[in-house]
Design a protein around this ligand. Structure first.
Ligand SMILES: [Zn+2]
Length: 321
């Protein structure tokens, strides 16, 4: 492809992604308070549209996305919007995120289509204690016998997750900075709290074409609609926890950003490029920085709005109205 053609394709891709968040915002703003609006890198999001971008449509949450190799020994075996990653090693595989229980057959199908066996899964890890990422852990363990490991700060929320009455399995409790090693691959668990108290961003290194790349699997730095950043009775320090999370995220070297939701790293656009050949589109350090800029700008905007509202409701400026 000539440079001009590549540039045209790039502009087309950027143009497409530019339209999507705005569309999502229009579609949802009449139904629900869209929350504050931010513009980062030329793209506009509301709290609601960013949330919607991540969770995707009900179809996206349950329909198989073509399984594919991402880079090195990391493969994609999830749905359109809910990421599931397989790390293949000579001593068995690691899976990150079981998603919803009803998606286990989808994951099984994808794992097998890539030539792996689900029963070779030795370790099951998760992004964070929300149903769309870890509801299926108990069933997944029943099927595979995998060891389930979870960040200590997420254990209470995982314990409360009981699909069909099943107890959430936790074979090993992890702490910030702990390493999970299997067959020569090492994953590091980074506590990046805020979205949940034990939100876990996984990092690893992969080799491809004689080079080593830093992979970061973003947990989530999103503030879901309805979450209180100010006067939160359950997590009084939630804003400070988010701030700590962003500091950690910013400190991680990243060549290949991945995330618990596929839109956090523009999976569909990159997959389309993968099909055409050329350099590995998943190598995208700039994309990681943009995603953190979006998430942090939205967090600041929501915090600002809630702080003003809290000050207004308790202050004297309201007395005249
Ligand atoms: Zn979540």
């Amino acid at each position: 492809m000539t440079f001009k053609l590549r540039l045209a394709a790039y502009i087309l891709t950027v143009g497409m992604t530019l339209i999507q968040p705005v569309r999502a915002q229009q579609a949802t703003s009449t139904v629900q308070n869209p929350g504050p609006q931010i513009t980062v890198d030329g793209y506009t999001y509301t709290q609601q549209s960013l949330f919607q971008r991540n969770v995707g449509t009900p179809d996206d949450q349950t329909t198989q996305f073509p399984p594919h190799k991402i880079i090195g020994n990391i493969y994609y075996v999830g749905t359109g919007s809910l990421s599931v990653f397989l790390i293949a090693t000579p001593q068995g595989n690691i899976i990150i995120n079981s998603t919803y229980e009803r998606n286990i057959p989808v994951i099984l199908k994808s794992v097998e289509q890539l030539g792996f066996k689900l029963s070779d899964t030795k370790i099951l890890l998760g992004s964070h204690a929300h149903g769309d990422h870890q509801e299926g852990d108990a069933l997944f363990k029943q099927v595979t016998g995998a060891q389930v490991m979870a960040m200590a700060e997420d254990v209470p929320a995982l314990d409360a997750m009981k699909p069909g009455g099943k107890t959430h399995p936790i074979d090993k409790v992890l702490h910030d900075g702990d390493e999970v090693t299997l067959g020569g691959s090492t994953l590091v668990a980074h506590l990046t709290p805020g979205h949940t108290r034990g939100c876990t961003t996984w990092t690893t290194k992969v080799q491809e074409g004689g080079k080593t790349y830093n992979v970061v699997i973003i947990c989530s730095m999103g503030v879901n609609p309805g979450v209180k950043l100010v006067n939160n009775p359950d997590v009084p320090q939630i804003a400070a926890e988010f701030t700590r999370g962003f500091e950690t995220m910013r400190s991680l070297p990243c060549d290949v950003p991945l995330g618990s939701h596929t839109t956090m790293y523009n999976m569909k656009e990159k997959y389309a490029k993968l099909e055409k050949g050329g350099p590995n589109p998943f190598i995208d350090p700039a994309g990681y920085k943009v995603e953190m800029d979006i998430d942090e700008a939205m967090f600041r905007a929501i915090l600002d709005q809630q702080q003003k509202a809290a000050a207004g409701s308790g202050g004297s400026s309201n007395a005249v109205r």
